[in-house]
Design a protein around this ligand. Structure first.
Ligand SMILES: NC(=O)c1ccc[n+]([C@@H]2O[C@H](COP(=O)([O-])OP(=O)(O)OC[C@H]3O[C@@H](n4cnc5c(N)ncnc54)[C@H](O)[C@@H]3O)[C@@H](O)[C@H]2O)c1
Length: 341
């Protein structure tokens, strides 16, 4: 049966998900969309075929599954409303502005028994999946260090133009929570659980509660180390760029850009670089291709099955980010992390 999908929030990421759902070929129909910015709701409806609704309730009452794509502080309340109706829910990252609220959301979806997926979409990236496979290859040996640099122009301007990202009550915090929660999630997904976290941070734009320059270190269970640099600058020609460099006992591996590389590697007697179509072909050959986040959510929601990555995965990333903030507040003292559940 065709799944009727509703949207709460009609901004940048809602539009991304709507297009991604369309491309996935999933058997879905666009139901209602609500955004207090009615021009955004109208534009979203015109592009997708969704019906503009006057209230959140009207969206929830007229759909079989819902995307929560509002600014972050609205997520917990809207997810609770979806759970009250037993609706499968896709919620953007970060789940909430605090780890306590994120934990409450995990309880809510698990108690309601609803399919739940968090917007940690880079787990579906072909480039990151190839990098992960190269790291896991026994020929690489153990991971000794990983350096993750993530830089973006501060997204209160340019194509993001979202003033809420300068408001800690709506965004929770700055670059580490709002943007690099992806990176923290990817780091543990790539190289395994971290055992402690340490960070220094600054707010060079002078916006209270919105840090824009963070240097963090994380220790890996097997003895290696991670350095994460997360910066919000004013270089408008760099909307969002990641670079990851991994040194293993017998390999150097490097990823640039979020989706299709280049990914490069050097081992004794073996080196190369892949990007674009060639990278996609290699990902296919290795059996690493992932469904689009929208396609996998729609399939899981229609079948009433668990989706991946779920809210519990999102909560783990919140716990690591929170440890980094607590460390930064004390000037960089390491904070211990428990094993993920
Ligand atoms: N997964 C990703 O890669 C990714 C990328 C960008 C943003 N995000 C996350 O997605 C969320 C939205 O970000 P965005 O870039 O789309 O912001 P945006 O400003 O483009 O859109 C957010 C929209 O939510 C609307 N809104 C606020 N309260 C609402 C409510 N109660 N009901 C319905 N709509 C409401 C606002 O009017 C606004 O139009 C944030 O949590 C952000 O962190 C995730």
């Amino acid at each position: 049966m065709t799944l009727r999908v509703g949207f709460l929030g009609a901004g940048l990421i809602a539009t991304f998900h709507s297009k991604s759902l369309r491309r996935s070929g999933a058997d879905v129909a666009w139901a209602g969309v609500y955004d207090p910015d009615s021009a955004r709701a109208e534009a979203f409806a015109a592009a997708s075929g969704a019906r503009v609704c006057d209230t959140e309730e009207a969206v929830l009452d007229g759909c079989d599954a819902v995307y929560v794509c509002t600014w972050t502080s609205e997520h917990p309340r809207l997810v609770a409303a979806a759970c009250d109706r037993g609706l499968p829910v896709f919620c953007e990252k970060p789940l909430a502005t605090s780890p306590a609220d994120a934990a409450g959301m995990v309880d809510a979806v698990e108690r309601a028994g609803v399919t739940n997926q968090v917007g940690l979409v880079l787990r579906a990236s072909p480039a990151f999946n190839l990098l992960r496979d190269l790291i896991a290859d026994p020929a690489s040996g153990r991971v000794m260090s990983l350096v993750f640099r993530d830089d973006q122009y501060i997204p209160i301007q340019g194509m993001y133009g979202s003033t809420w990202r300068a408001d800690p009550a709506k965004a929770g915090a700055g670059t580490l929570l709002e943007h690099s929660i992806h990176d923290v999630d990817l780091i543990e997904w790539l190289v395994g659980p971290c055992t402690d976290a340490s960070a220094r941070s600054s707010a060079l734009h002078g916006i209270d509660g919105i840090e824009d320059a963070v240097v963090a270190t994380l220790s890996l269970r097997d003895g290696g180390h991670v350095a994460l640099i997360s910066v919000w600058h004013d270089l408008l020609s760099r909307p969002s760029l990641r670079r990851v460099e991994v040194l293993c006992e017998r390999a150097w591996l490097c990823l640039e850009n979020d989706w299709v590389g280049p990914v490069s590697w050097t081992r004794d007697g073996d080196h190369g670089t892949l990007e674009g179509e060639a990278l996609l072909a290699e990902v296919e050959r290795r059996g690493l291709r992932q469904p689009t986040p929208g396609g996998s959510f729609a399939a899981a929601a229609a079948a009433g099955e668990p989706a991946r990555p779920d809210f519990r995965t999102g909560l783990r990333a919140h716990m690591v980010v929170d440890a980094l903030y607590r460390s930064a507040a004390s000037g960089g003292t390491p904070v211990s992390l428990t094993e993920p559940t």
